[in-house]
Design a protein around this ligand. Sequence first.
Ligand code: NAP
Length: 255
Amino acid sequence: MMKNHAPYALITGASSGIGEQLAVQLAEQGYQLILVARRVDRLQALKAAISAKHSIDIVVYPCDLLDINARALFLEETRKWDIKLVINNAGFGQVGLFDTLDLAKETQMIQLNIEALHVMTRWFAERMDDGVILNVASMAGFIPTPLMAAYAATKAYVINYSRAANYELIKAKRRLRILILCPGPVDTEFAQVAGAKHALKSISSAYCARVAIKGIARRKTVIIPGFKMKMVHLFAKIVPTRWILAVSYRLQKLK
Ligand SMILES: NC(=O)c1ccc[n+]([C@@H]2O[C@H](COP(=O)([O-])OP(=O)(O)OC[C@H]3O[C@@H](n4cnc5c(N)ncnc54)[C@H](OP(=O)(O)O)[C@@H]3O)[C@@H](O)[C@H]2O)c1
């Protein structure tokens, strides 16, 4: 078989939900894949399903991104692949009163959603000349969100850090871009992991991935899947914060 010289897309959190769908659809676009998550059986099953349709190289890399040593080892390994797309997607949320949530779990959430994403963004921004780093945030990152206070704050970090860093890249005339995906509710394992159900109608992970890939192709800085969520974004910009807090609290209570 001839060697495939197509570039690689690296996806964290590829074992389920949005990450899994991004892997499926990026393979259709011709990317070779590096799939990262903890559940290796899921990653192997995904590799088998994609390999049955596309003759591309698929690297399964089981890694707990909270394990600083394992993460550093993985990043060293990435030097050997021609990576043009990095998707920092692994993340999770917690729902509940801010002063009653399990603090250890909450700290892990902050480490995964912020620290791991930050370290990976730095690593690749220092090494990639062109291509895209897509950081997965959330609509919650635009809105102070009672009953998901810390989760929403982690995503606010992702949005603000990525936007500012991307602006620096543009100013420095670099070809690399740091883009942000901001979904509203998506039908994945997220709600189950967060210990809640979605308060609003969710979109499918396939649709979310499709919009994300279109946004990457257009180098859209902030990618928001779905008309309703675009309206929420607009609403969040023009409505006083105290109103947003009240609506957001009501919605979160439904969870
Ligand atoms: N679903 C939504 O409503 C929604 C809305 C807005 C934003 N988001 C964001 O979208 C991203 C993907 O979430 P999802 O909805 O697709 O949820 P999901 O189905 O629960 O997927 C989360 C992924 O993250 C991985 N992960 C979790 N902890 C990890 C760790 N320590 N190390 C490595 N990988 C880890 C999981 O894999 P393993 O368990 O196998 O490690 C899984 O593949 C998250 O950043 C989430 O905050 C989701």
